[in-house]
Ligand binder design. Structure first.
Ligand code: HEC
Ligand code: HEC
Ligand code: HEC
Ligand code: HEC
Ligand code: HEC
Length: 319
């Protein structure tokens, strides 16, 4: 080989080596970049985690708090009920709040017997996932859970939205009374809803809950107290099976004021064909029922206005 040829070969090999080094070096840099971006997305974006099959691990900062023991790194199927129950199934999941403690324990046995025994937790807690901290800052998780129902029960949601219990649709301005109106979960609760379908025991249980559902403080305690007439309220309060509960007369989800012509409690609707004639009630309802209706919530007031009752009250020193 001539020295010139050798020189050319050495040069070519050198060039090849440089190219090879560059290629390898560059690809390591690229691979490294990919690795970092994967790592970032698995930490930051939980929505990506929901789509991919890779289960993200939650990185939490171990906190020196009452629940510190629960703030661990872990890897579990994201949407499974069992995943949430790893922590919430523990009766010891109690957090100190000031002088009191608050339990975040979910009783699995009770939950399994409820109407939502097979519903995943994130069906209602739609703003939750395995991320720390829980929920999203600024989101009112309670009201989210209490109205998540509409995704699975659209008919009841439609009925509710047509009544006075739903915020009134006003152009531009929010209903000033909205905060005091009940969302689904305010009446139904969260984890222990009774099964109603084909379940007389569950139906009877809910039927007996008029005071908790409608007549509690902050809602209609006054109308619970004055629901006292002999045929309806007094009978209901002694537990009579055939006495009406609030929603037998007022309707369940589309609740309207009695002044509304469409309300079942409007005096125009007391006939045998509508409210008073509800199957199991008064198939013979006639105009006399209109005269009786004020007694339902007004017995005390009406008897007080009766001169004979007033006389007896004075004689016997009753108030
Ligand atoms: C790693 C343990 C852990 C897991 C897993 C977990 N939680 Fe929690 N959760 C907690 C702790 C601890 C609290 C109490 C919050 C606090 O410290 O104030 C809590 C509180 C809550 C609350 C009350 C509101 C709040 O944010 O304080 C809800 C609702 C909740 N969790 C739902 C869920 C759901 C749904 C899942 C499953 C998707 C889940 N949790 C999985 C530990 C966990
Ligand atoms: C049918 C809807 C629904 C489902 C399903 C559901 N929750 Fe709830 N959950 C609620 C509602 C509504 C509340 C708020 C109750 C309230 O404020 O009265 C709540 C409250 C909570 C709380 C806070 C308790 C408290 O007293 O502060 C935790 C923790 C919780 N849920 C965890 C879970 C877990 C874990 C599951 C699954 C096993 C689950 N939830 C399934 C509706 C639901
Ligand atoms: C003012 C209280 C109240 C509110 C608010 C309320 N419900 Fe109900 N709901 C009831 C009562 C009471 C029953 C039981 C009716 C019965 O047994 O005849 C019921 C029954 C149901 C049932 C069983 C099937 C049926 O229609 O009878 C479903 C499902 C339901 N509600 C879902 C919802 C949803 C979803 C919302 C919110 C959009 C909601 N409820 C809001 C009181 C309420
Ligand atoms: C992820 C879907 C889902 C969500 C969210 C959900 N439910 Fe249900 N609910 C169901 C299923 C499924 C059943 C049982 C099947 C049935 O009868 O409809 C059920 C049953 C019920 C029942 C008993 C009905 C009966 O006739 O036995 C009531 C009452 C009820 N849900 C109310 C609510 C309320 C109130 C909320 C919100 C706090 C809610 N649900 C949220 C899926 C859901
Ligand atoms: C037998 C039928 C019947 C039952 C049961 C019944 N109500 Fe009424 N309710 C009426 C009638 C009729 C009116 C309108 C006349 C009046 O105000 O006395 C009314 C009026 C009301 C009003 C005033 C708003 C309006 O629509 O005029 C409230 C609030 C109310 N009822 C709540 C309740 C509660 C809570 C229960 C259960 C504890 C209940 N009612 C049970 C028939 C009934």
């Amino acid at each position: 080989m001539s020295p010139a040829k050798v020189e050319r070969r050495v040069l070519t090999a050198g060039l090849l080596l440089i190219v090879a080094v560059l290629v390898v070096g560059l690809s390591t840099v690229v691979a490294g970049a990919e690795e970092t971006s994967v790592a970032i997305s698995s930490v930051v974006s939980t929505s990506t985690a929901a789509v991919t099959t890779v289960t993200p691990s939650v990185t939490t900062t171990p906190a020196a708090s009452g629940t510190g023991a629960f703030a661990l790194d872990f890897t579990l199927p994201t949407f499974g009920k069992s995943g949430c129950m790893v922590c919430h199934g523990d009766p010891n999941l109690v957090v100190a709040q000031g002088d009191a403690t608050h339990s975040f324990w979910v009783d699995e046995a009770k939950y399994a017997k409820s109407a939502h025994g097979t519903t995943v937790c994130t069906g209602c807690h739609i703003d939750y996932g395995f991320k720390a901290p829980h929920g999203q800052a600024g989101l009112d998780w309670r009201s989210v859970a209490k109205q998540s129902c509409k995704n699975c029960h659209p008919n009841q949601y439609r009925d509710w939205s047509l009544g006075g219990h739903a915020p009134a649709p006003t152009a531009g301005t929010p209903d000033p009374k909205a905060a005091s109106k009940p969302l689904c979960g305010d009446c139904h609760g969260g984890h222990d809803m009774a099964i109603l379908k084909n379940n007389p025991a569950g139906q009877a249980l809910v039927r007996s809950q008029a005071q908790q559902m409608c007549g509690r403080e902050g809602c209609h305690a006054d109308y619970w107290a004055n629901y006292n007439d002999y045929y309806h309220g007094a009978a209901y309060k002694t537990g009579a099976d055939d006495a009406p509960t609030c929603w037998t007369c007022h309707g369940t989800h589309t609740v309207l004021k009695s002044t509304d012509r469409l309300a079942p409690t409007n005096s125009a609707n007391f006939g045998a064909a509508n409210s008073c004639g509800t199957p199991g009630c008064h198939s013979d309802a006639n105009s006399a029922y209109t005269a009786y209706a004020p007694m339902i919530h007004g017995r005390a007031k009406i008897t007080q206005q009766n001169p004979l009752v007033r006389f007896l009250d004075t004689v016997f020193g009753r108030k």
